[in-house]
Design a protein around this ligand. Structure first.
Ligand SMILES: Cc1cc2nc3c(=O)[nH]c(=O)nc-3n(C[C@H](O)[C@H](O)[C@H](O)COP(=O)(O)OP(=O)(O)OC[C@H]3O[C@@H](n4cnc5c(N)ncnc54)[C@H](O)[C@@H]3O)c2cc1C
Length: 523
């Protein structure tokens, strides 16, 4: 079916039965009302099987979302139930022969004539162009407007009226089966009631507002294809006793792409601004998918190239995700610009903290400011001066960082491990050395907190205030019982000047070992 580039009517019918044409349409209009995270998982699973199917649903969904978010009540009542049932089969008409990335260069014109707009122009690469019947179309309604996008409007154009013809289907490298067509509008009469939102000049913004969901969708598609390519490559390994190391990079790439994608989807569901994150997910996941598909061919050897195998299809399908929904070259430019323009707007590195509790956000912000102001300027000096490093770390006691994992009854903040990790991340942005000492200190306080005996716990208030510094040793220590004492042996590799207490696990057994600095090296 894929090689014949035949439209998958049967599978599309099944998707309609499953309600997927109304995946993001609210239940009030007859849809499934899924959130974007769930929709992305659905898309990923579909693409593990056949990526083209997701294209059928996604272009349709984009058109439905434009009506949902920007349509008049009458437009929503009339169109959304039809979209949800799959009677109205949607698509997007933006690209033109001379306007791809630069959407503002479109020349399709919509001229008001009585109760209609008369549309003239050519739209290229319209997914669902042949099989679909209801398109969101961007056209120029005010050619004199500057900037040009202020003179653009979005219309819902429905087939069945003279003046709209499918000129031809466009053959493609991959992404076969789904129809991609050139549509010609020649004095096509579109009712004014189909002007989205009922007001001219808002079309460009209406179309662009759907891009976050569109990019998350492309990222999810890429994750699905990458997963499928990885699965087939693993299955093709000739000798499981010597798996090719490339599998490690493939699996890591797929996992990272998935995390980025669901991170962006989660933000979208929480109604946070996520243009940057959705762009990063789209960029990264599509590049990973392409690389994983290519590596899968290498791993499988000559078998992967056979047209009876799936691997060559994955390889042909991935470029679409690099080009569609904003090319990756343009994504990079936009992301880089955003990273510079919006630096500092977010509370932590590149990671959204908006979903965190207020107290956590404030704590992270306080540590970030401290790290930026007090630690970053000293970072290179601290690297070579352990005494000063320890003294600097101790100042974090005032902020509560050093007692982050210590319970309040022992003088700490009793934060979750997750929050403590955010604090360490903030410190690491300023100085890796400071972050490492703090991480060791927190690990030691966590180990002491887990103790039931009072002797070890007496250290906790001192450590929380930063009056003493501790660290957790990576290497277990041997504990040899002697008459009225214990002899310890083991190598302390994490020593830093200024550390007062070392906490370690016992090499044989489940006890913890506390070593005060004064005793190190004594036996
Ligand atoms: C399979 C498929 C399905 C599609 N479905 C649809 C659809 O349903 N509806 C629709 O409207 N469109 C659709 N498109 C079109 C898609 O949105 C465009 O391909 C995309 O916007 C890129 O435009 P272009 O292909 O004309 O490339 P161009 O804009 O010509 O770009 C060519 C190259 O130049 C680079 N470039 C261009 N401008 C800049 C810049 N300012 N800075 C840096 N680099 C730049 C690009 O990154 C790219 O590498 C589809 C495309 C494909 C391949």
């Amino acid at each position: 079916m894929e090689h014949a580039d035949a439209y998958p009517h049967g599978l599309v019918g099944r998707m309609r039965e499953l309600g997927l044409f109304g995946a993001l349409v609210p239940a009030a209009y007859g849809g499934l009302g899924l959130d974007v995270s769930t929709y992305a998982r659905v898309v990923e699973e579909i693409c593990r099987g056949f990526m083209s199917l997701a294209g059928v649903v996604n272009s349709h969904t984009m058109a439905a979302l434009i009506v949902l978010h920007h349509g008049t009540d009458a437009q929503k009542q009339r169109l959304l139930p039809r979209f949800a049932r799959g009677e109205a089969r949607g698509g997007l008409c933006l690209t033109e022969p001379h306007a791809g990335s630069d959407v503002q260069a479109i020349r399709t014109v919509a001229r008001r004539e009585g109760d209609d707009y008369v549309i003239t122009g050519t739209k290229m690469f319209v997914t669902n162009g042949r099989e679909g019947n209801t398109f969101a179309l961007l056209a120029v309604t005010d050619p004199g407007a500057r900037p040009r996008h202020r003179g653009m409007s979005c219309f819902v154009v429905e087939k069945g009226v003279a003046g709209l013809s499918v000129v031809k289907s466009i053959g493609k490298l991959g992404y076969k089966g789904v129809d991609t067509a050139e549509l010609l509008f020649e004095d096509f009469h579109c009712p004014a009631a189909n002007l989205v939102g009922g007001v001219e000049g808002r079309g460009f913004a209406q179309i662009m507002s759907g891009l976050e969901t569109g990019r998350i969708n492309i990222a999810a598609r890429a994750v699905g294809v990458a997963q499928a390519a990885y699965d087939d490559a693993r299955a093709a390994v000739a000798d499981p006793a010597i798996p090719p190391p490339a599998l490690a990079d493939m699996a890591a790439g797929v996992g990272a792409a998935r995390l980025l994608t669901y991170w962006a989807a989660g933000m979208k569901d929480r109604r946070e601004r996520c243009d940057l994150e959705a762009g990063m997910a789209k960029l990264y996941a599509s590049e990973v998918a392409h690389a994983v598909a290519a590596t899968a061919l290498r791993v499988a050897g000559r078998r992967g190239l056979r047209t009876t195998e799936r691997l060559e299809r994955y390889y042909r399908d991935t470029p679409l995700m690099i080009i569609g929904e904003g090319t990756n070259e343009i994504q990079r430019t936009i992301i880089a610009r955003n990273l510079v323009d919006r630096y500092g707007e977010r509370l932590g590195a590149l990671t959204s903290r908006e979903a965190e509790m207020d107290a956590t956000r404030e704590m992270v912000l306080a540590v970030r400011l401290f790290a930026d102001k007090e630690i970053a300027p000293l970072a290179s000096e601290l690297d070579g001066d352990p005494e000063r490093l320890a003294a600097t770390v101790k100042t974090l006691g005032d902020l509560g960082v050093l007692g982050a994992l210590t319970p309040p009854d022992a003088g700490g903040l009793g934060l979750e491990l997750r929050t403590a990790a955010l604090l360490v991340e903030e410190l690491a942005r300023a100085s890796g050395a400071v972050a490492a000492v703090v991480a060791g200190h927190l690990a030691a306080t966590a180990a002491l907190t887990a103790q039931t005996r009072s002797a070890p716990r007496r250290w906790l208030p001192l450590l929380a205030r930063g009056e003493r510094l501790a660290t957790f040793l990576d290497e277990p220590i041997a504990l040899l019982a002697e008459a009225d004492a214990h002899r310890l042996s083991g190598r302390v590799t994490a020593t830093t000047a200024g550390i007062d207490l070392f906490v370690a696990a016992e090499r044989a057994g489940d006890r913890g070992v506390l070593i005060e600095r004064a005793t190190v090296g004594s036996g």
